[in-house]
Design a binder for this molecule. Structure first.
Ligand code: COA
Length: 193
């Protein structure tokens, strides 16, 4: 199992951590780790209306999340490229991020889609862009694709900002459907791997 580490923004000298409002004058460590059944409680606790609105389309349960983890494992064993990770701050699970090269609206050959959510009490600190950076580094090292892609509904300002902070630029818009099955316009952001 791989655990990737990334310095929090504002690293001074050779230290790979620094103080943020999260840390209250101590270093914090942002890592991503493959999602496991044991993470289900933390994942459900980290969910809010924004998660449901922009990503999942419905409230989760602990048992449903455990089933989802097993479902991903089964799909991976039968050829799906989707892999899910937890976003961790000082080892604590505070969100999730996944990558997926399976066919979807706006995803072409060589593209790997990245999607994420973060607990509300951790938002606004630039954590998700760091997790995206970790995943892109891993995808690049694995030669998993040519471009990382983030698809954001045009109204999802926070997600757009994550894409921009993680070094993505807008490529084009595609008509798609959201998690509620409603038609939406997706902005497609890309970054070379
Ligand atoms: C999108 C999301 C993961 C962003 O994560 P994050 O680590 O908070 O991102 P950032 O810290 O870079 O903040 C991004 C923007 O969120 C907004 N923001 C700032 N503080 C915030 C807070 N306390 N709470 C909510 N949003 C905040 C700002 O617009 C910020 O942009 P800015 O830095 O230019 O001011 C998070 O908002 C989330 O989980 N949203 C629900 C799920 C979702 O939309 N997923 C994406 C689907 S494509």
């Amino acid at each position: 199992m791989s655990i990737l580490r990334y310095p929090v923004p504002g690293t001074i000298g050779i230290r790979w951590t620094f103080s943020t409002p999260v840390a209250h004058n101590r270093g914090v460590e942002i890592t991503v780790r493959p999602l496991q059944v044991e993470d289900a409680e933390a994942m459900v606790a980290a969910e809010d209306e924004e998660t449901v609105r922009w990503l999942t389309g419905g409230r989760s349960t602990v048992e449903g999340t455990r089933r989802y983890v097993r479902h991903l494992e089964t799909r991976a064993a039968t050829g799906s490229t989707k892999r899910a990770f937890t976003i961790r701050v000082d080892g604590h699970c505070v969100g999730s991020i996944d990558h997926d090269a399976d066919p979807q609206d706006g995803i072409g050959p060589g593209d790997v889609n990245i999607a994420y959510t973060l607990a509300p009490w951790m938002r606004g600190l630039g954590i998700t862009a760091r997790a995206v950076g970790l995943l892109c580094a891993q995808l690049g090292a694995q030669q998993a694709g040519e471009r990382a892609v983030i698809r954001c509904e045009t109204d999802n300002v926070a997600s757009v900002r994550v894409a921009e902070k993680a070094g993505f630029s807008v490529s084009h818009e595609v008509p798609s459907t959201n998690e509620h099955g409603e038609p939406v316009q997706m902005q497609v952001y890309v970054r070379e791997l």
